[in-house]
Design a protein around this ligand. Sequence first.
Ligand code: ADP
Ligand code: MG
Length: 612
Amino acid sequence: MSHLIQILPDHIANQIAAGEVIQRPASVVKELVENSIDAGATRIDVIIKDAGKTLIQIIDNGSGMTLEDAKLCFARHATSKVRKADDLFALTTKGFRGEALASIAAIAHVTLNTKKVDSPTGTSVQIEGSEIKNCEETVCSDGTSFEVKNLFFNVPARRNFLKSSDVEFKHIKDEFERIVLAHPNVHFSLVHNGTEIYNLHNAVLRKRIIDLIGDRQNERLVPIEESTDIVQIKGYVVKPEFAKKTRGDQFLFVNDRFFKDGYFNHAINKAFEGMVQPKHHPGYYLYFEIDPSKIDVNVHPTKTEIKFEEDRLIYAILVSSIRQALGKYNIAPTLDFERETSFDIPAEMRKQTPVEPTIAVNPDYNPFKTASSASSKGYTSSGMSKAIQSEGFGSASYDSKDWQNFYSIEEENEEEINSSAIDFKDETPSIGQLIIKSPYIIAQIEDELIVINGKRAFERITYDKMMQEFIQHPLNSQALLFPIEKELSSTEIELWNQNKELLQRIGFEGKTKNDQLFLAAVPSVLQEEGIHQCIDSILETLQHKDLDKSDITHNFVQSIAYNASQKKDLLSIKENVIELIDQLLKSEENQWTPNGKKIIVPFDFNRITKEF
Ligand code: ADP
Ligand code: MG
């Protein structure tokens, strides 16, 4: 009987291996950019067409390759980074498996142009489905350029499996952001369909972060710095009051490599305990430096999971260093009307002289005790944080053993959480002097002065009203004289149709045809100029599949309330402003917008006195 077992030919083996490493265009971007970094590039340009379905090109000014290496680099297990098994425990490069180029070449049309600085000419190699089509000397600049076209041309199942261009490009952007945050010393650019999305000059870390997330965020970052024998931690956390409802701003790096880790994420949440609002996630950009022999990056083919030898100790160090940094930072308000961030003074709106918030750090706190003993007992906070704690915000105490259940713990505690409404002595406090400088209102309430963000106040009131109505009947909508047309992607059209009923309940009536949405009626609180934005944010909400129905409703109503509050003339009539303040003071949650933004801060005379 003839034997059954055969050795797969290389091109098939490569195609199978490619499935592991290359799941979508973003994986190609990641692998190629990482190779450029390993090659010592100081400038890397990423050019994308049609979310990578048509073209992915990466150009670097790194070491370049010789003609022999240029041919060899596409072979399976071809790597210049690991020579012996021990090297695996002392990795300082991103790549080491020697799989990426072989995988990419197996499932796409690739052109490589590369030249070493000291060589007069370069090399050009064309390879399609693992087969070298051409290899010749060429004239090109120093460094390396990879052009990847027709991705998955020979794996139709994969190609059909790709999501819409918006989704695929979002993945590319995510990968790009993770890499640029890990390498602030490299100049990166990203161009999509001819439009420059990023051009990030080399910079110090803080500058790189704000180049990516916006200047406005600068003041929100709190530096973290901790050096121990086990690990060095540096980076930034975002001030607790700017925690977001999404987890988008959470970045962990170890030895300049992005990774995900539920256990450390839990440590960070623990450090923020009592300071962020329920269902909000603190933002962080944290960089660990650790002896490569103490971690194992070999766990996952795409290497976003990493095993740490001393994870429990790192957990404790992480909690303590973040708490100390949060305790140290001084929340310094300035009275500058132009800047939104200037009103991030924690407000304790009681009938007493406002107290400047302080956070006390327990000097006896020992991060090297086991993680479970690193409880929050030795750590007290006063001022606003205490007020929030006593009201139940974030009162959940997580046991570090339970970190896997972190998400479910968060849900369970939701019911215990009350709002922290401002409580004036009188039932109906009298409103005195008003100074309006849109969007801010300085108001005298009895004998206190407070500063109100008028737009946010309107958002809160509108949200409360709509939520109350929503429970009883569909929300009021107004028919449009001329239907509004809006172009949507096919995914968005699908999402719209799937959620038609809910959308109708909140006041949107619309029909779809091909890639157009024709809106016939919208919620009556919306002004024309807010409609497009509102629909965009509703569609964005729908793309997050992990939201449950009540989250979706909350997000919808919140988008409507937010967009309704963006009216230009919102605060132009004094009577309306008085009515607004009156309603705000009656609201049970008058300190925060539904999205967790601050609405009221006390006008702090102590601080003014200090200014003189
Ligand atoms: P790995 O990165 O795991 O070594 P790859 O398949 O990604 O495997 O790359 C194979 C080899 O090709 C690398 O080890 C490196 O020597 C070479 N190489 C890849 N990209 C570049 C580049 N941009 N510049 C210089 N050399 C490169
Ligand atoms: Mg590589």
